[in-house]
Design a binder for this molecule. Structure first.
Ligand code: PDD
Length: 284
């Protein structure tokens, strides 16, 4: 049984308690982070904590815990749960009050929950075989740049993909692909450019996305951050997704049609390796 963290205490998972009046529960008034763990250490935790601060700021949510304190809790969970490989989930909600659309009074403490989850990140089947995606309309709200727990549409989209025999969905807004349901989307064009959507309120500024973009330029690979269409994706030679729990996964088909030759792309596989080398080098 896991030990989880709830509001300052480490408790067995079956004893952890959250109020039914918690605003995360009633309003999805909460933000979260997911940080990968390899060899019992955290991948790019500083970048995750920086994004956490940004999400908190955008929602005027106060968290009276320093980055050092948050890092220490991450590490304590890894130790107590003897986690070698997987992730640490962190969630901060605007605390507990009788159901009321207005924010609770100033000084209401946020609810902070953290737990570990074991998962094979390095040797995963989709990383080797690739995944299939379908496209679906992006029906999410207008601030997808904030990492909120409002994930219902992502769940519905993943279920729809599954019902159609696919692994995941890419979301399309105004004719252009914003991102995957829980990952950032990339294609490789015929002339060898790697294309991913430029940042805006329409998509999450993925940590893996930003690291991959930096690694591309360090390896003299061409990156284009811009809007791109489904038609362009259909013509791509390769495609892939990035996230903290997948790193880089090849995408081998879109709406039932193969991308390129329908196998994980050479550049994609190289990028996964480059990313893995990075992840192992920044463990903290
Ligand atoms: N999802 N876009 C969306 C909508 C996401 O939910 C995620 C992450 C990403 C990738 O971001 P990052 O590289 O920082 O993990 C992009 C996490 C992993 C999740 O919800 O489990």
């Amino acid at each position: 049984m896991r030990t989880v963290y709830v509001n300052g205490e480490y408790v067995p998972e079956n004893e952890a308690k959250i109020s039914v009046f918690d605003r995360g529960f009633t309003f999805a008034d909460a933000i979260y982070e997911v940080t990968a763990v390899l060899r019992g250490k955290l991948v790019d935790i500083d970048l995750h904590l920086a994004r956490l601060r940004r999400s908190l700021g955008e929602l005027a949510l106060d968290l009276p815990l320093s980055d050092e304190a948050l890092l220490a809790i991450h590490r304590e969970l890894i130790t107590r749960n003897q986690l070698e490989e997987g992730l640490i989930y962190l969630q901060v909600s605007r605390g507990v009050e009788d159901r009321n659309f207005h924010f609770p009074p100033e000084g209401t403490p946020p609810t902070v929950v953290m737990y570990s989850q074991a998962k094979k990140v390095i040797d995963s089947t989709p990383a080797v075989n690739g995944i299939s995606v379908i496209s679906l309309p992006d029906l999410r709200w207008g601030r997808c740049d904030i990492k909120t727990t409002q994930l219902l549409y992502a769940c519905l989209a993943k279920e729809q993909a599954k019902a159609q025999g696919a692994d995941d969905a890419w979301l399309v807004r105004e004719g252009q692909i914003t991102e995957g349901t829980s990952n950032n989307a990339f294609i490789v064009t015929r002339d060898g450019a790697v294309v991913t959507r430029d940042l805006s309120h329409a998509l999450l500024p993925g940590i893996t996305r930003s690291v991959v973009n930096t690694l591309l330029s360090e390896h003299d690979l061409r990156l284009e951050e811009r809007a791109w269409t489904l038609a362009e994706a259909e013509q791509a030679t390769e495609a892939f997704i990035t996230s903290s729990t997948s790193f880089v996964w090849p995408v081998i088909s879109l709406n039932g049609q193969p991308i390129g030759d329908g196998k994980p792309g050479v550049l994609t596989q190289r990028l996964r390796q480059i990313y893995l080398d990075h992840a192992l080098a920044v463990l903290k």
